[in-house]
Design a protein around this ligand. Structure first.
Ligand code: GCO
Length: 442
């Protein structure tokens, strides 16, 4: 199924990219990488589908040249990747030369192919030594993030086109410390409230460190969802506002308005660290771009039987991906328009992740996945509509280049444009890869 758009449909200079993240592809058993909280979380029974982990993953550590050739063959301009903190600093403080050497070779290999490197400093590999001191619940972790920032930027910063501090702070804090779905798997409101602040403090401290090193084009990547109420009752409408507040406004307000939303803070304040206000200037340090990850909408109703935030998610009627996520491209448009109108104005914006998982199988060396080309077309259409409404959108990255370790879902959920056989490590570009390549090169 051809992609309905080509480069020509987007403004001059619009960048197309493919995205990955370290723990999901590299293989954490290679290169003297330290253990991170995902290694322990995933080897604890019941946390990850089939007890799988990222120790081998796509073995990208050894196969990155071949994988970057695929990015090039796909017609992309840019490659989004991340550096594992546990690989750079296995004990949370001492630099692992093998780790930095690897990222140095990777950066060179990206540039040699004339691809623009888009780096994310933290995509969730918290070194176990820092998990031991409470991870993101401890302010010290935010301070240590400066060491990781400095080590990475001094090594490869000279070659980066763009750098993001943190990927998806909502997942780092709420999903991991309150909902318990991601490492460290806590369900503790006090730890979560602290993590909600410290992860943003780490972002601010990291920007400050990078500005001192002369890094330009610095941003952050937020995962936004369009929250909708299950009914128009007052209680469902306020449940919608609460989820929107926790998931979206908490981060947007802090970064762009130097404050937390009152309607959420009034309930979370009892669990927050003291003297928050002192950090807000740093947290709202100016950035050069914002990345938005978008996958689906979220429908919520009030759940009066549960303590605050008293919300339950409701399954919607639309077609779902392998993740059980509804396909809802309109939410991409409305999220981009909302962020631009209410927060960022002319600030350059990127869709840093958008994509879908499907139960893809290889037949005669081919993967037939027309639903993915359709998904991409409809989301490109939404991105175009946002541009038409004045959003300063500068690029679009597909998640993901490769099938990979999908966190708590293990290897079953396949998001890649390229199929990976995890037994043999054979890569097979799916039909959607070829479709997209055609759209980007014609
Ligand atoms: C996230 C991450 C990615 C995921 C992707 C699909 O959003 O969780 O940035 O690592 O793999 O989003 O869930």
């Amino acid at each position: 199924m051809p992609i309905k758009y080509s480069r020509k449909d987007f403004p001059e200079g619009f960048k197309f990219g493919a995205a990955t993240a370290a723990y999901q592809i590299e293989g954490s058993e290679n290169g003297n990488c330290g253990t991170c909280h995902w290694d322990t979380f995933s080897t604890t029974p019941g946390n990850v589908n089939n007890g799988e982990n990222g120790s081998i993953a796509c073995d990208h550590f050894h196969r990155f040249e071949e994988d970057l050739d695929l990015v090039k063959a796909g017609g992309f301009d840019s490659y989004r990747f991340s550096t594992s903190w546990a690989r750079v600093m296995p004990d949370g403080k001492t630099i692992n030369k093998d780790g930095l050497d690897y990222y140095d070779r990777l950066a060179d290999a990206i540039c040699e192919r004339n691809l623009l490197p888009n780096l994310t400093l933290y995509h969730w590999e918290l070194p176990s030594a820092l998990a031991d001191i409470g991870g993101w619940a401890n302010r010290e972790t935010a301070k240590r993030f400066v060491d990781h920032t400095n080590a990475v930027i001094k090594c490869i910063g000279d070659r980066m086109d763009a750098v993001a501090t943190i990927n998806e702070p909502w997942c780092v804090a709420w999903l991991s410390y309150f909902l318990g779905h991601h490492a460290p798997g806590l369900r503790d409101i006090r730890a979560a409230a602290r993590a909600m602040h410290h992860v943003l403090l780490a972002h601010g401290l990291s920007i400050d460190a990078m500005r001192s090193l002369g890094t330009s084009n610095i941003g952050i990547v937020l995962n936004l969802t369009e929250v909708q109420q299950a009914s128009d009752t007052q209680s469902d409408v306020s449940a919608k506002d609460r989820l929107d507040g926790i998931h979206n406004r908490w981060f947007l307000d802090a970064i762009f308005k130097a404050e937390y939303p009152d309607d959420i803070l009034k309930d979370l304040i009892h669990f927050m660290p003291t003297n928050l206000e002192d950090d807000m200037t740093l947290i709202s340090s100016s950035i050069d771009w914002i990345g938005i990850n978008y996958y689906t909408r979220t429908i919520v109703a009030e759940d009066a039987n549960e303590p605050w935030p008293s919300i339950k998610e409701i399954k919607g009627p639309l077609q779902q991906t392998q993740m059980g996520w509804e396909i809802y491209p309109d939410g991409l448009k409305s999220s981009l328009v909302r962020v631009s109108r209410e927060y960022t104005g002319e600030l350059p914006m990127l869709v840093t992740e958008n994509g879908m998982a499907w139960k893809d199988t290889v037949l005669n060396e081919k993967v037939f996945d027309p639903i993915r080309a359709d998904y991409i077309s409809s989301h490109l259409s939404a991105a175009k509509a946002a541009i038409d409404q004045g959003v300063n959108l500068k690029g679009f990255f597909y998640w993901s280049l490769l099938d990979n370790f999908e966190w708590a879902f293990g290897y079953e959920k396949r998001f890649g444009l390229v199929h990976v056989d995890f037994e043999t490590q054979k890569r097979t570009p799916k039909a959607s890869f070829h479709d997209l390549a055609l759209a980007l090169t014609s």
